[in-house]
Design a protein around this ligand. Structure first.
Ligand code: MTE
Ligand code: MO
Length: 398
């Protein structure tokens, strides 16, 4: 069926056409190679992101494990590193395929138009969703909350759109990808435009090498916030600087508005189990058996650092109100400008783990005000956002 009686040939329409682009660099031979790494990077980012999301769920059908203590540190480090490395990969990938934006449908027949439009829409969704993921993730790691929406649900929801569109894209392009990866990078690809023969400023190989270098640099610069010996070079690692007691600070006591309440003599930790309640001062807690554990703070933003924490076991405190460690426990901060980060529930796995402490000291000194003085939670393999500082109460769930 024809839309109108006499159609112009698609190539007669005005405007640039893919043939206006003459560089050999814009080829599936390049796009497929970068796409392969971009795909791997997105896959790692997706899986580690799901883990992080699950770890932060208030209820977990399968309990999140408390071991290994450094697990979340590694997966979330990978999440932020692969996300950051994806930025240069995506930019070069989009550059290589840019001429396709000006492609005309092979004919103006309705069926062809519908199919072409569908393909374009699926690519548009993939590109838009990918850009959203990388931009929202990066601004979040920089603690630059320009968004009105909640970061976590949006970043989580669009992740599925991105991965779905990616799977469709790879499936549709499989023949093109296979041909490209099966031949030397310099070989002509059957989808190369006849006009794309100009050498340009560099070879395909050199473009790829430059891209790997850019991605590698992004990795090294970001990984510095997690890997101590890389810290010196980590200019992207916003929180890589040393905070008090050798650990970066996410929100300072001043920002949390607890400068006075944290230093107050009247501070007590309220521990509740049903109708039993005890109130503990810092000297009370210090008089209990003290345990020391080396555990990391691993922020969702990707930075992490090990600390040597001393304090009382959560299970020892629960024993004071006759609660078994086989319970879920909600800890709350006395910080008033919440609600974010100020209340969270530990599943049984974390409550029963002997390394879970109500920490009083860090690195052999009383906790810095910024690290949660007079008392903070520290548990193994837990997102930093759930390591509540400036504790006010511990409540055993029924
Ligand atoms: N009460 C309270 N606890 C909190 C936060 C907060 O803002 N308020 N921030 C959390 C986040 S996001 C992280 S990463 C860790 C950081 O701990 P640190 O500042 O001691 O390194 O504390 C967590 N505990
Ligand atoms: Mo965090």
């Amino acid at each position: 069926m024809r839309i109108v009686d006499r159609l112009p040939a698609p190539s007669d329409l005005p405007g640039p056409t893919p043939e206006s682009f003459t560089s050999r660099l814009r080829s599936p031979a390049v796009a497929a190679r970068i796409g392969l790494w971009l795909g791997i990077s997105f896959a790692v980012c997706f899986v580690t992101g799901l883990l992080s999301h699950y770890a932060q769920n208030p209820t977990q059908p399968i309990p999140f494990p408390s071991s290994p203590s450094w697990g979340y540190r590694v997966t979330q480090g990978l999440h932020v590193v692969t996300g950051t490395a994806s930025v240069p990969l995506l930019i070069v990938k989009l550059w290589t395929v840019y001429p396709k934006l000006f492609e005309r449908p092979p004919s103006l027949r309705l069926r062809v138009l519908v199919l072409t439009t569908l393909e374009r829409v699926s690519i548009a969704v993939l590109v838009a969703a990918s850009i959203f993921m990388l931009v929202s993730g990066l601004t979040n790691t920089a603690s630059w909350y320009v968004w009105k929406f909640g970061f976590r649900p949006a970043h989580y929801g669009v992740a599925f759109v991105t991965i779905g569109a990616l799977v469709v894209h790879v499936a549709v392009k499989l023949p093109v990808i296979r041909e490209a990866l099966g031949a030397p990078v310099d070989a002509r690809h059957s989808h190369d435009r006849d006009t794309a023969v100009e050498q340009g400023v560099m070879s395909r190989r050199a473009l790829l090498r430059t891209t790997w270098l850019a991605a590698g640099t992004a990795v090294v610069l970001t990984a510095g916030q997690t890997v101590p010996w890389l810290r010196q070079v980590s200019v992207f690692g916003i929180r890589s600087g040393n905070g008090p007691q050798g650990i970066p600070v996410n929100r300072s006591a001043e920002a949390a508005g607890v400068l006075e309440s944290a230093r107050s003599e009247a501070w007590r930790l309220t521990v509740t189990h049903g109708d039993r309640t005890v109130e503990l001062s810092r000297p009370d807690l210090l008089a209990m058996p003290q345990r020391t554990e080396t555990l990391p703070i691993a922020c969702v933003e990707g930075w992490s650092a090990n600390g040597t924490w001393t304090g009382v076991r959560l299970s020892d405190v629960l024993a004071l109100v006759g609660a078994s460690p086989d319970s879920d426990v909600t800890v709350s901060s006395f910080q008033e400008n919440g609600p974010y980060y100020t209340v969270n529930t530990l599943q049984k796995t974390f409550v029963a783990d002997d390394r879970t402490l109500l920490a009083l000291d860090l690195g052999g000194e009383p906790l810095d005000l910024d690290h949660g003085y007079p008392c903070r939670l520290i548990a193994p393999n837990r997102p930093g956002v759930l390591q509540t500082k400036w504790l006010g109460s511990v409540e055993v769930q029924a």
